[in-house]
Design a protein around this ligand. Structure first.
Ligand code: ANZ
Ligand code: ZN
Length: 906
């Protein structure tokens, strides 16, 4: 990392000069950042005199430059970090780079630059951008997953897991591009074709390494309950992904006695409604039948080329073909045909189903299409369900009472399943079983830019793990992929190696690890990034768990699940003492912007960046359309959408920072909406944020100048020590009330209302009426002096609150003005402001007003008002007037609960 540039005294004086008067955010922010860097202000050190707070934002992929989503994510993290620091926590806010992955290879192919160089250049640029935003990051802990210091521990842990059987090898299916002779990632397959060659992609089975995450399925599911600080919907997504199903495994013996077809069902109560069985195209039974049936073989091929994603499978047309084989129903003895069906997944359950068209929608559609029998075996509990096909439009999928299932008729769901499972078990044709949707995690990638899998293949010794002392297996950094397969496999200096056991010639594994491996434990390494001898050390126990994790909802499933699994696996290896990595999770909302487009020739759509578009206004200034600045011709609006390259509606944060500064960018982000909600980009919002900061700046500046005349802030007492006039007392109370509310809001992450609290406080202070008499001059009388010192006291306290309240959000300005006003050297190290009871002490109280027990409003009454006075005020309230049409005699009774509420009964 680059060494910080040191400020000379002269620089400082010069910058101070420039900081006066106009809000010159450029020099202010730059100087403040240099000071923070020199003071190592964000350095985190393990210490026991304070509670720790580990605030983690998901680390970025170094794609080239920051986008608005990053800026939002990291601003939220920084606000939380700075706020907790002021609350007395020992804060760690680290940053790093998720630096392996496909885009670097694509860029390398496009530009002929090795992925390492491209990645490192991007990191350098993005680091500079992050620094220019003033985030209180401990840069000494920075890590990049493509550095050997980091990925060696991927390799090391891989070997430990391999020893324990938590990593194993099995064959897996990949997308194969027959022209480029290479494996494609899912996102490189577009409509079934290779993204570069356009060739129809084939499925291939190759050996791969898997992590046995399914061994933790139960714990991963159950422990979700120990995470109250996670959004409910993320937990639901995780639970669905794990997909625990209680069901029954049923065997249908083959007619020819050659064994049995196993299926998994969650509806054993419908067993007697099974009218056929269906297997996945990849099922071995399908292959067996296809051997003598070319039409079936062709159909199977077609299925295999079909979609791989489960969601697409669910919506595609249900198609199938009979195998010609039959099975025997395990309890009724009926003979059922076996079909191959495209809606049966190989990867779930047994890759085969018993089909119950009457009670399963997919089977129902399939049976209608191929005219297979439909047999009703569940009646609704009201008994109104008919045993005929004709009126049915859909399967009846509810739980009900068994019918047509002798001797199991008349049973509800649970007893039916128990009885049928028991009968199957006695015949050894079935048993209860829990099934998970979760699959083991395939981590092999046939790619270059990733962590090399530390294995060596020797013709004499077989698979030989790389010995620990030979780690890391270094990834060569100078290769340029050309799209035709993994360059590692063509690099003899990497490929050829001596066998660690026999010393003979051997070959390295050339697959690399899924980049989700890298992100599964980076948060641990931030605690001890410099440890050359161990993956983790006792500093991990100090910092973990992460107190607040912040990132995008797109990582709600895989990244979080893998990280949770990894944590538990490391715990079971005795490396850490930790069950869950992230205590609290905040998923920030997307950043949206308007989409502008034109339909151009042949129906293609061209998108235009909002920066290149201007509104068309009518004579009253209402927007009636938009046009492209370049040609003045209209463009259409597609409404709001997530900022994205494909819609060309992104705004480059760098332009925002250059034009308005980091504090404005941060303030806008925090003010525009609460962190979990979407944020709509708005030029007017940015300008509003900037205007507010200019106003705050000049307010502070003016007061600074006054202070200079009277000998500085120290000359001004705090408000408790001077008499305040009524206006001043009101203003002070108002400020403390706003603070009280802001403190509640920041605890709930409602930073937008914290910003508006800051705006309100400035308005209160800016009220000229705080001094009722003309500004004091030497020789004026005592009353004037007192009036003015009261105002100054309110200013002093008000600004000390305001600058601390906004310090986490707009730290540069607050830091600068705090010192300039003479409060102290570093606002960011000051304690968080607390409302003073004395200031809040009020002469009036607010009571709830009810009419007939329903909330209808509030009334403000003097603190010492008696019952009659409260009743009088309530009767006069406009809501009561409305309910009685102004006729007091309609009021039957008025109940007063002193200090709390009044209920008017009419
Ligand atoms: C018979 C049946 C009757 C079913 C009925 C449902 C309703 P969950 O809850 O998600 O675990 N199934 C089993 N394996 C399958 C596979 N490989 N591909 C597609 N579908 C499969 O779903 C379990 C149900 O999904 C099972 O219960 C099975 O259909 C189907 F009225 O069996 B059921
Ligand atoms: Zn050997």
């Amino acid at each position: 990392m680059s060494s910080p540039h040191r400020l000379t005294e002269l620089d400082k004086a010069d910058a101070a000069q420039r900081g006066r008067g106009k809000y010159d955010f450029r020099s202010v922010e730059k100087q403040v950042q240099v000071e923070w860097e020199q003071a190592k202000a964000a350095r985190a050190v393990e210490r026991d005199d304070r509670p720790k707070y580990y605030c983690l934002s998901m680390f970025p992929y170094p794609s080239g430059k920051l986008h608005m989503g990053h800026v939002r994510n990291y601003t939220i993290g920084d606000v939380l970090s700075r706020y907790h620091r002021m609350k007395g926590y020992n804060v760690l806010q680290p940053m790093g780079w998720d630096a392996f992955g496909l885009p670097a290879e694509n860029a390398a192919m496009a530009n002929g630059v090795p992925p390492a160089k491209w990645t490192n250049d991007n990191i350098a640029y993005m680091r500079k951008q992050l620094k220019s935003l003033g985030f209180a990051i401990d840069w000494e802990r920075e890590l990049a997953t493509c550095h050997p210091d980091y990925y060696r521990w991927n390799q090391w842990l891989f070997l430990r897991l391999l020893e324990r059987g938590l990593v194993y090898r099995a064959s897996g299916v990949v997308n194969w591009d027959p022209v480029d002779q290479t494996v494609l990632a899912n996102e490189q397959v577009i409509d079934g074709r290779g993204w570069r060659t356009g060739a129809v992609v084939e499925k291939r089975e190759i050996p791969m390494f898997y992590m046995r995450i399914t061994a933790y399925a139960d714990e991963l599911l159950e422990a979700l309950e120990s995470l109250p600080g996670w959004p409910e919907r993320v937990k639901v997504m995780q639970a669905n992904w794990i997909g625990r199903s209680e069901g029954v495994e049923v065997s249908f013996p083959y007619e020819d006695g050659s064994g049995a077809l196993k299926v998994f069902t969650t509806r054993a109560d419908t067993l007697f409604g099974a009218t056929y069985c269906a297997v996945a195209a990849e099922h071995e039974l399908a292959a067996r039948a296809a051997a003598t049936n070319p039409r079936l073989a062709a159909f199977i091929e077609e299925c295999k080329r079909g979609p791989v994603m489960e969601a697409e499978l669910a919506t595609q047309d249900k198609k199938g073909m009979p195998t010609g084989l039959h099975v025997i129903h395990p309890l009724s003895g009926a003979r059922l045909p076996v079909w191959v069906a495209n809606y049966v997944l190989m990867g779930y359950g047994e890759g085969a189903v018993m089909a119950v068209p009457a009670h399963d929608q997919r089977d129902f559609e399939f049976a209608l299409r191929y005219r297979l029998p439909i047999k009703c075996v569940i009646a609704s509990k009201t008994g109104a369900y008919e045993d005929t096909v004709a009126p049915w439009r859909d399967a009846y999928a509810e739980h009900g009472i068994t019918v047509n299932s002798s001797p199991f008729d008349g049973l509800e769901f649970d007893p039916a399943v128990d009885a049928i499972a028991g009968a199957l078990e006695r015949k050894s044709l079935g048993r209860k079983r829990v099934q998970y949707r979760l699959r083991d995690w395939g981590i092999s990638r046939q790619r270059y830019w990733g962590t090399p899998i530390p294995l060596i293949y020797c013709s004499k010794c077989g698979d030989v793990p790389v010995p620990d002392q030979d780690l890391p297996v270094l990834l060569p950094e100078d290769l340029v992929p050309d799209g035709s397969g993994n360059p590692l496999a063509k690099t003899p200096s990497f490929l050829q190696v001596r066998c660690p056991r026999c010393g003979g010639a051997a070959r390295r594994e050339t697959d690399t690890m899924d980049t989700f491996v890298d992100s599964s434990w980076y948060y641990l390494r931030y605690a001890c990034p410099d440890n050359q001898r161990a993956m983790v050390d006792e500093r991990v126990s100090y910092w973990m768990s992460v107190d607040q994790y912040i990132g995008g909802i797109e990582h709600a499933i895989l990244h979080l699940l893998y990280s949770r699994f990894w944590t538990k696996a490391m715990r079971d290896l005795g490396l850490i003492k930790l069950d869950e990595p992230f205590v609290n999770l905040l998923t920030q909302g997307m950043v949206l912007n308007e989409i502008f487009f034109r339909k151009v020739d042949s129906g293609r759509i061209a998108y235009y960046n909002p920066a290149d578009v201007e509104p068309v206004l009518d004579e009253r200034g209402q927007r009636i359309g938009a046009r492209l600045k370049a040609d003045g011709l209209p463009v259409e609006s597609g409404g709001l959408g997530t900022m994205s390259k494909s819609k060309n509606n992104g705004i480059d944060p760098q332009a925002l920072i250059d034009q308005y500064g980091a504090d404005t960018a941060r303030l806008f982000m925090m003010f525009a909406s609460p962190p979990e909600q979407t944020l709509e980009w708005s030029d007017a919002g940015v300008e509003g944020a900037f205007r507010f900061l200019k106003k705050l700046w000049s307010f502070c500046d003016k007061f600074s100048q006054e202070l200079a005349e009277i000998g500085g802030l120290a000359q001004i007492p705090w408000p408790d020590a001077v008499p305040l006039n009524e206006k001043q007392r009101d203003a002070r109370r108002e400020i403390h009330r706003i603070l009280l509310q802001a403190n509640r809001d920041i605890g709930r992450h409602q930073f937008n209302t914290v910003v508006s609290a800051g705006m309100k406080i400035l308005n209160v202070l800016d009220d000229a009426a705080l001094v009722t008499l003309p500004i004091a001059k030497p020789g004026t009388d005592q009353a004037e002096q007192a009036d003015r010192s009261g105002r100054n006291a309110v200013y002093k306290e008000g600004l000390s609150i305001l600058l601390r309240l906004l310090a986490p959000i707009t730290p540069h300005l607050c830091y600068w003005q705090w010192r300039e006003l003479g409060f102290g050297p570093d606002v960011c190290a000051e304690p968080w402001p607390a409302p003073a009871a004395a200031a809040l002490d009020q002469d009036e109280i607010t009571m709830v007003l009810q009419v007939n027990g329903k909330l209808r409003g509030e009334i403000v009454v003097p603190k010492d008002a008696d019952r009659q006075a409260v009743e009088r005020l309530a009767r006069a309230h406009e809501a009561v007037q409305r309910y009685t049409n102004g006729q007091q005699e309609k009021i039957k009774r008025v109940v007063v609960v002193p200090g709390r509420l009044v209920n008017v009964v009419v």
